[in-house]
Design a protein around this ligand. Structure first.
Ligand code: PMP
Length: 398
């Protein structure tokens, strides 16, 4: 490599390091399991999105193995060429039924599903209203679509109404939101969004990545609120509660047909491999067969939030299994992560640029497979952290 390129990379890394923003891949083993191994130590894993603890479920393992043995390791091509097999079609049919929608399409990841959704339904004549805390894949999808990107303040429906009014002359309108926000664990006000979208004639697309498998008997927040018919496009991922990989979009037959024809991240990308499709099918069956699992997890999360608040921590507006523990500075969040690690618990520190400056935090992802001993470990570790931090344990979320 030419020296000046090398120097450029070095300078970039140096600048990030100076700002304490250099990211490193942690040396973790078995990241989705209830216990992970970090620096040779076994730690209770409260950083995974494997919310229902399905990653070692014997039925999922068997489904993956059978699919692998039957169809081999790869799907070999894009779905539109020769990459479609029976499993992909069955998965989409099962999902559409589960989500009470006419049709569904499965993609390689949640990230590419959001790119697909926005580039298919938005163009440069469209205004896309997007919550400021929406996931990065939504932001990138909007940028790729060339639509006018209009951000509204997080969950601020008055602000959204104001912006919709300001852009009312635009030819097309789409509103997009996470249903459960990934860093705050709070929920979109879907009821208000449905009303505003109705009045502004805006398409409503909801990213249920963190709600699927948990809210609404596993179907998502839209279902939990009885709004599944009012939301036009239901996006989600197989990589979190479903303990696998891939993304999906469910909606009307025409919407899905258009996606299959237009979405470049669907058309020009190899279909998910059979083992993954088999896993997804089994995970969907498991979630639909145990609708109480998500509800129980949410109840546990409410209990945990209350006990953290009793210790003096601030958990923001979390209403889900994702619990932020607000710690202000990046340094404080990292020190808290290190402290908990010494107590046998892994909870990742989240800091800028992922969250705004002054809002660094621990992000605890509660999981359904905790047993009594795990709870004791968790409670003991946080009690010790609260004692260690003293009276100013937390800060209010701004
Ligand atoms: N949407 C949201 C809200 C997410 O949190 C994520 C993953 N972090 C994605 C989409 C992307 O999903 P995937 O990991 O399956 O690509």
């Amino acid at each position: 490599m030419a020296h000046d390129h090398h120097q450029f990379f070095q300078d970039q890394l140096q600048a990030l390091e100076t700002e304490n923003q250099l990211r490193s891949i942690p040396d973790i083993d078995y990241g989705a399991d209830k216990y992970l191994v970090l620096d040779g130590r076994s730690l209770l894993n409260l950083g995974s999105n494997n919310y229902l603890g399905l990653s070692r479920d014997p039925i999922l393992l068997q489904a993956a193995t059978e699919a692998l043995q039957t169809y081999g390791t790869t799907s070999g091509a894009s779905r539109l060429v020769t990459g479609t097999n029976r499993l992909a079609q069955e998965l989409e049919e099962d999902l559409a039924r589960f989500k009470d929608q006419e049709a569904a399409v499965v993609l390689g990841s949640g990230f590419s599903a959001n790119l697909a959704l926005l580039t298919t339904f938005a163009d440069r004549h469209t205004v896309v209203y997007s919550d400021r805390l929406n996931h990065a894949s939504i932001i990138d999808g909007i940028t790729l679509s060339r639509a006018k990107h209009v951000r509204f303040r997080h969950r601020d429906m008055d602000h959204l109404a104001f912006l919709m009014d300001r852009h009312r002359e635009a030819p097309r309108h789409i509103c997009v939101t996470d249903s459960v926000f990934s860093m705050d664990g709070d929920c979109a006000d879907l009821e208000a969004l449905v009303g505003l979208c109705h009045d502004a004639n805006a398409l409503l697309a909801v990213d249920e990545a963190h709600a699927a498998g948990v809210f609404g008997q596993g179907r998502g927040l839209a279902h939990a609120l009885g709004l599944e018919r009012e939301v036009d496009l239901h996006m989600g991922t197989w990589s979190k509660a479903f303990a696998s990989l891939g993304g999906y979009i469910a909606g009307s037959r025409t919407a899905v047909r258009l996606l299959q024809t237009r979405a470049r991240s669907f058309i020009y990308s190899t279909a998910l491999p059979p083992a993954v499709l088999g896993t997804n099918k089994a995970a969907l069956e498991s979630v639909s067969g145990t609708p109480e699992a998500g509800t129980a997890l949410l109840a546990k999360a409410a209990e945990l939030r209350a006990s953290l608040e009793d210790l003096g921590f601030h958990t923001g507006n979390s209403r889900s299994q994702i619990i932020p523990i607000m710690l202000d500075t990046s340094h404080k969040a990292q020190a808290a992560q290190a402290f908990l690690k010494e107590k046998g618990v892994f909870v990742p520190a989240i800091r800028p640029p992922t969250v705004p400056r002054g809002q660094s935090r621990l992000r605890l992802s509660l999981r359904a497979d905790l047993e009594h001993a795990d709870w004791t470990l968790l409670q003991t570790a946080f009690k010790a952290l609260a004692d260690h931090l003293g009276p100013n344990v937390g800060v209010e979320a701004v």
